[in-house]
Write a protein that binds this ligand. Structure first.
Ligand SMILES: O=C(NCc1ccc(CNCc2ncc[nH]2)cc1)c1csc2nc[nH]c(=O)c12
Length: 247
């Protein structure tokens, strides 16, 4: 997959994409990242990329022309068509379903806003989709771009080894929260590892883990539970876990 990022801070993306799964995916040719800085396309000796908002108010607005030129350069660099996705507080919150959709594309272009945002005329004319990370205030879109790049890269064929794929599948699999994890030592001042995990009884271990995921999801994210569409066995497991808690 090719990802072009339009950002005033391309070095931010380059650094975050050099590590871990994303760095490895680039080495393996599974991901191709290109940064485009609107400042490189700004005219005049001040090379302005932003200016004051008409109508007054705080902050600055990113200007149309440097963005148009950066986008044109990005599009000219590769014949593959690509949606332009604008990271913005006004966007739809990112979900794993959206990540799966984006990961299936051959290419996408991510636009990272700074300041108060981008001139509406550019958005109306060029942006295909707006995506938010969630309902909190960040300083710009670059973190959103890094999150999308990480999440879609993990879904590229060959990006994850078997252990990492298992982690990915467990979240993606059933939409429940994860169960607790333990490792050495089995006995510690902070407590002991639950006996079932050391029993070697793999059916009992799987049952306990499922039950813990259900209970945690019910307690912390009941909204996810509704979507999970539990079957009879799961509902029984959850009821049993809740009773044990109530004792
Ligand atoms: O570019 C981003 N943020 C920069 C930013 C933050 C705040 C404002 C102020 N807007 C005034 C206002 N808001 C509501 C009413 N009036 C403008 C721009 C961003 C990209 S994805 C994302 N996901 C979650 N949160 C984010 O901030 C982002």
């Amino acid at each position: 997959m090719r990802v072009d990022v339009i950002s005033l801070f391309p070095e931010f993306l380059a650094q975050s994409a050099a590590l871990g799964v994303v760095g490895r995916a680039q080495e393996r040719g599974l991901l191709e990242l290109h940064g485009w800085n609107p400042r490189d396309f700004a005219e005049g000796n001040y090379r302005r990329v932003d200016d004051r908002p008409f109508g007054g108010g705080p902050g600055m607005v990113m200007l149309i022309e440097p963005l148009r030129a950066a986008l044109a350069a990005a599009r000219a660099a590769d014949p593959q068509p690509a949606p332009l996705i604008y990271l913005s507080p006004q966007g739809r919150p990112l979900t794993q379903a959206k990540v799966r959709e984006l990961a299936a594309l051959p290419r996408m272009i991510l636009l990272c806003g700074r300041y108060e945002g981008v001139d509406e005329r550019f958005l109306a004319s060029e942006v295909d989709e707006e995506i938010s990370l969630g309902d909190y205030v960040l300083s710009g879109g670059e973190l959103g771009a890094a999150v999308i790049i990480d999440a879609v890269t993990r879904l590229q064929e060959g990006a994850l080894n078997d252990a990492e794929s298992a982690v990915q599948d467990s979240f993606e699999g059933d939409g429940l929260l994860d169960c607790p994890h333990y490792s050495q030592p089995s006995s510690h001042a902070l407590g002991d590892v639950p006996d079932v995990l050391r029993s070697g009884n793999h059916a009992a271990i799987a049952r306990w883990r499922r039950q813990q995921s259900l209970l945690r999801t019910a307690l912390r994210r009941p909204d996810l539970l509704d979507e999970a569409g539990l079957g009879k066995a799961d509902r029984k497991l959850l009821a049993e876990a809740r009773e044990a808690l109530a004792e």
